[in-house]
Design a protein around this ligand. Sequence first.
Ligand code: GLN
Length: 476
Amino acid sequence: MNGEGTLDLSASATAEAILAQSASAPDVVAAARARAESQARLNAFITLASADDLRAAAASAPAGVLRGVPIAVKDNIATTTLSTSCGSRILDGWVSPYEATAVSKLRAAGAVIIGKTNMDEFAMGSSTENSAYGPTLNPLDLTRVPGGSSGGSAAAVAAGICRISYGSETGGSVRQPAAFCGIVGVKPTYGRVSRFGLVAFASSLDHIGVFGKSVDDAALGLQVIAGHDTRDATTVDTPVDDYRAESAKPLAGLVVGVPTEYFPVTLDERIRARCHRAIGVLRDLGAEIRTVSLPHTDYAIPVYYILAPAEASSNLARFDGVRYGPRAESDDLRGMYERTRSHGFGPEVTRRIILGTYVLSQGHYDAYYRKAMLVREKITQDFTKVFAGGVHVLFTPTTPSPAFTFGSKSDPLEMYLSDIFTATANLAGVPAMSQPIGLVDGLPVGGQLLAGHFREADMFRAAYALEKALGSEALS
Ligand code: GLN
């Protein structure tokens, strides 16, 4: 099989073809790179690895479950072979001296990292319009955003460049772009995947997440990077389920909760209809459907936009032009100062730092930060109660609207509402994923599944059955 032909295979089938020597890893990776180059106008990549480096990496890829499988990685996940800019001028060209644990695990499984993908600066945004390297275009409609902040990784999969890519999630940055690009996006349980080497935005909310063309691709993509890591004390030492095996289980006995708060009267009727269709399919497959309530859902956005900027203002203090930032070309401090200013943070990052510093300042801390922490606990308890009551997974829309056009959300507050259905899972730390459930006006709609802590397997089981039953309806 030639390399081009393998681009349509699932990630596991690609690796199997390479292991069986019916396809060659260097050919597969070269085909992915060629497709990325032919789709350059999407601006999905900040850096693409050179053809020579890729050939060498593919030829020596270990014989693991991802042998020779081309992978794209968001530009805030550290790699020693390619720069890690976080979509920011302040880190332009910076090459990390160490690799993220997720990247080391990918390499050990035989994956080949073809490039680093475009993103909103420091992962702050919902459209990839906040990148210092220009916006990424949605491969399904070039006039629309791919979502964000992991827009480049979502576009790479949607454009058929690779079957699996990685992004990061603080409030929805994998699920929302997955929904906008008609692919699968997974945010694991907080503590399931190591954050070592993920550049920090808001540490208590940050996760590495995975995009897949299909549920099976995403399950394999998560399987490889999941697990305990001594270099991230927040990872948990519990066994990792076999997500692909669990996906194949029938739905009889599975209880699907439908939370009323995620279907407000203001919800777009066409999105509501798509969700109800998907819920009907789950019922037909043998799942029990239950209406449930998560009463503190409305507070998620205000709580998120206090806590995330607070943590960001502390985390981003390291980019001060001394430890990181524009390199000093001489001892000329004045010149270095000027460069830091002219290559500094963009407007959204600046806004977050100011907001975060404000909510942490003396006199405001109790009114904002402390109160938000208390409400975060209430949001978490909502989930704990529902899952303790026998519900296995929840089904909701992923986003309140399909992909929007460039520049249409210039009011930051309007942009922040993109995360209305996703931020809760980051606050509570529960796993959640998005998958395509149909089109509205020719644009994909995402359905979201959420599960209890470390119950990714339940989520994949529902998602896989739904994907199979919907078939081509998911993208029509
Ligand atoms: N859109 C949200 C924000 O701007 C979430 C970003 C993310 O998940 N990284 O903060």
